[in-house]
Design a protein around this ligand. Structure first.
Ligand code: NAP
Length: 375
């Protein structure tokens, strides 16, 4: 497997058939430098002997994994990369992240993804992509990646919240972006207590009460329109006097009698009741400087997203907003590390452009693996 030098930490999996194909008893083994296949086996067996006997029943089947390609993220970019690398027989492993399916799982109808003239629900689109990726041999493991490092041999060591360190020859980062917040002092603690970034998830809890959406983009308009199904009034609070959203979505929102735009304004403070739930916001008019209180039951923050790239350290260069800088196509400054979708795209940020980049990253990863003599 080419692990004949360098300090490596190797994922050791004991696959015990204690159910229909269940994978259990996962352990990490640190092996010392240098590691040759024969001494490697001896070291693994020595480590296994130190496990409790219950962990060894029945006779263990030991697999050491060096993946061809690990795809981090399960949004449009990640699943498309998985479909293409799967069809190239690379047997990709996908690590799901905290939000399997990505941003589209928090949206309702997607009207602009080609091939669906009547639209398709976001979660359904993502489930279809997952099924399609699995059909071509992609495997999904549900964990959140915490770090990526390059070993002296040029492999990637991927750490994650499940405690497993996985190894791969190539990595496609398709981790997307997470909702941005205003940065007010009590904001994080109010998430789930009258503050959210997902109307689809939380809108139905706020029936016949006033709510607000902060932002002026497509997300804000979409969330506001959706919330009119439940709320009595939806205040659309925007810091300028015109919306950034596409014309069709802006027109649809502004034509809705339940949506009341509040222009040139920002939320300066979240106010809570005795139970710690949001009861109102302090509005600041950015033109006049005046402040006022607006009573409502929930704040939907829709002011854009922050790319999820912090776990990559200095393996990638980023722009001033944290988006990964691609060098050529989806390549990054680190050989074998590719970035696709919203984590690297601050311009288009569409489901279809993310899918396109996922495809490109898969083709480039395939070429890279061929160049290093793997495939
Ligand atoms: P966006 O287009 O970047 O809009 C963010 C909005 O939040 C802007 O109006 C911005 O104000 C405002 N904002 C940013 N920081 C703020 C702050 N600190 N305080 C107050 N307001 C702040 O983000 P998005 O709406 O999430 O859309 C992202 C991408 O996804 C876009 O390309 C969009 O077209 C796409 N999208 C498409 C659909 C769809 O087609 N169905 C749905 C949702 C999103 P300014 O306008 O002043 O900058």
């Amino acid at each position: 497997m080419g692990w004949n030098s360098g300090a490596v930490s190797i994922e050791l999996r004991q696959q015990v058939l204690n159910g229909p194909g269940l994978l259990s008893n996962v352990a990490l083994v640190e092996l010392e430098y240098p590691v040759y296949p024969r001494t490697l086996k001896k070291q693994l067996l020595r480590k296994l002997e130190s496990f409790p006997s219950s962990a060894l029943l029945p006779a263990p089947h030991v697999f050491i994994t060096m993946e061809n390609v690990i795809i981090i993220g399960t949004g449009c970019a990640g699943y498309t990369a998985a479909i293409y690398t799967g069809r190239a027989n690379l047997k990709p492993l996908i690590l799901s992240g905290n939000m399997p399916g990505g941003q589209l799982t928090t949206t309702t109808e997607v009207e602009n993804f080609p091939g669906f003239p009547n639209g398709i629900m976001g979660p359904e689109l993502m489930m279809n992509m997952q099924t399609q990726a699995e059909k071509f041999g992609a495997r999904i493991e549900y964990t959140n990646v915490t770090g990526v490092a390059k070993t002296p041999e040029g492999h990637f060591e991927i750490s994650s919240e499940d405690g497993i360190v996985r190894l791969a020859r190539a990595v496609i980062v398709a981790t997307g972006a997470s909702p941005r917040h205003l940065g007010l002092p009590n904001e994080k603690s109010l998430i789930g207590h009258g503050l959210t970034s997902c109307a689809t998830c939380d809108g139905a809890f706020y029936r016949n009460v006033p709510v607000c959406v902060i932002g002026g983009g497509d997300s804000a308009c979409e969330e506001a329109s959706f919330l009119t199904k439940f709320a009595s009034t939806v205040y659309l609070i925007h810091r300028r006097d015109s919306l950034r959203a596409s014309k069709i979505m802006a027109d649809r929102a502004l034509a809705n009698p339940k949506i009341k735009p509040i222009w040139n304004s920002t939320v300066a403070e979240y106010l809570t009741d005795e139970k710690g739930e949001v009861r109102a916001v302090t509005l600041e008019n950015l033109v006049t400087g005046e402040t006022s209180e607006l009573e409502l039951k929930c704040v939907f923050v829709a002011i854009g997203h922050v790319p999820n790239a912090a776990f990559l350290g200095d393996l990638v260069d980023k722009d001033e907003n944290g988006y990964i800088l691609q060098t050529e196509g989806t390549r990054t400054k680190t050989e074998g590390l590719f970035a696709a979708g919203d984590v690297a795209d601050h311009i288009y940020r569409q489901a279809i452009t993310a899918a396109g980049q996922g495809c490109a990253s898969a083709l480039e990863a395939e070429r890279y693996l061929a160049d290093i003599g793997v495939h």
